[in-house]
Design a protein around this ligand. Structure first.
Ligand code: OSB
Ligand code: MG
Length: 374
């Protein structure tokens, strides 16, 4: 396959409700989308980097810069196979979300040309995937209970509560008391330290599926120590940036569960490797989420249909995030989302709507950047 050029689009999408985590409040997404134009055809990729470098060191403006200056030029106008993409980009350190978006667009182009869906490519063994929903930090317990009740009524099969110091045991207790034994887990996004082990152990009595990323991302050994002091299984998100990191964390005893986000690990191919590492070692995995549009959601839902994804993912329906998605919406049916079956990502971008919410776009090809607008 030969990459002739890449279209970059920056769009703004308002969230249906503010989403608060231990690292901040988000009310909209500023999304970088890529369209790879190859000799085989076109494909879409979504970059999951946030507006600010608060979840990880990546942020959307930086991702755009590194793609234009360092990543896309390395792939342009040469014969490459998909398996080569990560290897060619490897000398550029970090920037996993930027790399993942580019690889995704190339993968979509190749699979569309081959008439093969993402699900088929990953070896999906299900036609629909079980869905959970990630519930932000609320300003009061009654408001939280109202939100959780709405999601349960909609059919979500698992609830994840975002927690931080000062918003942890009480919200979990309240949800357990009101909604009984619904599958429940929490996500701290690195907000605690090992000194909080006793406090975090107070969550043990609520029979949670897991506690996600309680400690800073580089504190892998501390997670192993924490695991000896809490009964709730520990799941890593931010710390797992590659299949090697996953294998190391598992061997250290730092996690009993892993959340896979293709953007965080540098792409779907690396995500598939992590899946395989975890299956080999008996570690359950589930699909994370980064508030993706229909483009990223399509890929995530397809990967979540692989056999090792044994827990419900943060693969929620389009209407949990946006009033209007940029593809046909993903709709929850009996708590599940259908895996797209058409070639590539299997979704169609609503180009007219996309253009109406685009605030910047440009094309990078043989002659450099051109037709930048906005
Ligand atoms: O830690 O899983 C996380 C969203 C943005 C950044 C980090 C996280 C999240 C979520 C939302 O929890 C998951 C979703 O897309 O529904
Ligand atoms: Mg998380």
């Amino acid at each position: 396959m030969k990459l002739n050029s890449v279209e970059l689009h920056r769009i703004k999408l308002s969230l249906v409700a503010p989403f608060e985590t231990s690292f901040g409040v988000q009310t909209e997404r500023d999304v970088l989308l890529l369209k790879a134009i190859t000799d085989a055809g076109e494909g879409w990729g979504e970059c999951v980097a946030g507006e600010e470098p608060t979840y990880s060191s990546e942020y959307v403006e930086g991702a755009q810069e590194v793609l234009i200056r360092h990543l896309i030029p390395r792939l342009l106008n040469r014969e490459i196979s998909l398996a080569d993409v990560a290897r060619i980009l490897r000398p550029i350190h970090g920037h996993n979300m930027a790399k993942a978006a580019l690889e995704m667009a190339m993968l979509d182009a190749e699979l569309r040309a081959d008439g093969k869906s993402f699900g088929q490519f990953f070896g999906a063994t299900r036609t629909a995937v079980d869905c959970g929903v990630s519930v932000g930090i609320h300003s009061s317990i009654p408001e939280l209970l109202q939100t959780v009740g709405g999601y349960l009524d909609a059919g979500y099969l698992r609830i994840k509560l975002k927690i931080k110091p000062g918003w942890d045991v009480e919200p979990v207790r309240a949800v357990r008391e009101r909604f009984g034994d619904v599958p429940l887990q929490v996500d701290a996004n690195t907000a605690y330290s090992l000194a909080d082990a006793k406090h975090l152990a107070e969550l043990d009595r609520f029979d949670l599926l897991l506690i996600e990323q309680p400690l800073p991302e580089e504190e892998v050994l501390a997670h192993a120590k924490l695991a000896r002091n809490v009964k709730t299984p520990i799941c890593l998100d931010e710390s797992i940036t590659s299949a090697q990191a996953a294998a190391d964390a598992i061997e250290l005893g730092a996690c009993q569960v892993i959340n896979i986000k293709p953007g965080r690990v540098g792409g779907y191919l690396e995500g598939r490797k992590i899946h395989d590492v975890c299956v080999e070692r008996g570690i359950p995995v589930w699909m994370g989420g980064m508030l993706e549009t229909g483009i990223g959601r399509a890929g995530n839902v397809a990967m979540a249909a692989m056999p090792g994804f044994t827990l419900p993912g943060d693969t929620s329906a389009s209407d949990r995030y946006y009033h209007r998605d940029i593809t046909e919406p993903f709709v929850l049916q009996d708590g599940r989302l259908k895996v797209p079956t058409r070639p590539g990502l299997g979704v169609t971008v609503d180009r007219e709507y996309l253009d109406s919410i685009t605030f910047w776009s440009g094309t990078l090809g043989r002659g450099g950047m051109s037709a930048a607008s906005g």
